[in-house]
Design a protein around this ligand. Structure first.
Ligand code: C2E
Ligand code: MG
Ligand code: MG
Ligand code: MG
Length: 287
């Protein structure tokens, strides 16, 4: 029961916080069996060439169609899955589903250049599982060419990655799989270090592009544009390509194009969509 006094009641029985904790518990207890029950699905978001405006690839983004809580986006459950280790099983399912889908698009649309699929990989998949063996098995089973698979790792997953993670990255890269650094610019890694790793793509974090939004004359953070320009130039000189995340306006796209950014991803082009929508794009020939 709650005391009539509002303040005491709030700290003792914050209903929202309580609901949140219960949801967390409910989610984490149903996470593991949910993979077997087929409650997860992938959406795919176009990665578009800044110069040609064409669909080059897609990023696979997982959703959980929870029987009780409805459709959940990854920020609700990926952290939990990392904590309890079920990310390894879920991650394997994501990889297999994404590779199978990419191969299917290729078979269904022989007339157009094949699109690659970019898959997010959690730190624990590199540390606690044999990612290299999993990827090799999945590519062999699905028939997807390694060059049509890109893996997205965060800076923290590769920083200081002596030993096991570095060997894994090297083996994957030797296989022909492309490695991308996700949310680049938010961590503590530096390009000099990254350039010595088998990494070929930088995905610039959306927070940089957000500073570009000045359609209405407002200019939230002019420094962002300068920083992005310098990062893109340096990345190119180190032989890396650059993808910008969170491109929402044509003004942002124009500036990113001028700066020389290679690929864009964001609501300007498309939200993450069901695989059928990507098939439709491939049929109509363009993004
Ligand atoms: P991320 O890899 O950086 O993916 C991009 C996120 O930005 C996605 O959120 C996407 O829907 C969102 N986004 C795309 N374009 C725009 C835009 O123009 N504006 C804004 N505001 N947002 C945009 P989502 O799908 O909620 O995924 C969140 C994060 O969850 C991902 O960030 C990734 O770190 C993680 N994640 C998603 N799928 C997987 C997965 O299969 N495995 C693992 N380990 N992590 C995943
Ligand atoms: Mg990503
Ligand atoms: Mg990202
Ligand atoms: Mg991001």
């Amino acid at each position: 029961w709650a005391k009539a006094d509002g303040k005491a009641r709030w700290t003792l029985f914050d209903p929202e916080r309580n609901a949140h904790r219960m949801t967390r518990q409910a989610l984490s207890s149903t996470l593991r069996p949910a993979v077997d029950r087929g409650e997860f699905a992938l959406e795919y978001q176009p990665l578009v060439g800044m110069e040609d405006g064409e669909l080059h690839g897609v990023e696979a983004l997982v959703r959980w169609h929870h029987p009780q809580f409805g459709t959940l986006t990854p920020n609700r459950f990926i952290g939990l899955a990392e904590e309890d280790g079920s990310i390894v099983q879920l991650g394997r399912w994501v990889l297999r589903t994404a590779c199978r889908q990419a191969r299917q698009w290729q078979l269904d649309h022989p007339g157009v250049p094949p699109v690659f699929v970019s898959v997010n990989v959690a730190v624990r998949q590199v540390w606690d599982s044999d990612l290299v063996a999993d990827v090799a098995d999945i590519l062999a089973d699905t028939g997807l060419a390694p060059r049509l698979l890109q893996l997205e790792l965060t800076e923290s997953a590769v920083m200081g990655s002596a030993g096991r993670p570095l060997q894994a990255l090297q083996a994957l890269s030797d296989m022909g799989v492309r490695i991308a650094i996700d949310d680049f610019g938010t961590g503590y890694s530096n390009l000099a270090y990254l350039s010595r790793l088998p990494v070929s793509v930088l995905k610039l974090d959306g927070s940089f592009v957000r500073g570009f939004r000045y359609e209405d004359g407002a200019h939230p953070n002019p420094a962002d544009e300068v920083i992005v320009e310098a990062m893109v130039q340096l990345a190119h000189r180190l032989g890396l390509t650059v993808t910008a995340e969170c491109v929402e306006t044509s003004g942002q796209a124009k500036r990113l194009r001028r700066i020389g950014c290679d690929t864009g991803q964001g609501w300007l082009y498309s939200r993450p969509v069901a695989p059928e929508r990507i098939s439709a794009l491939l049929t109509s020939g363009g993004a």
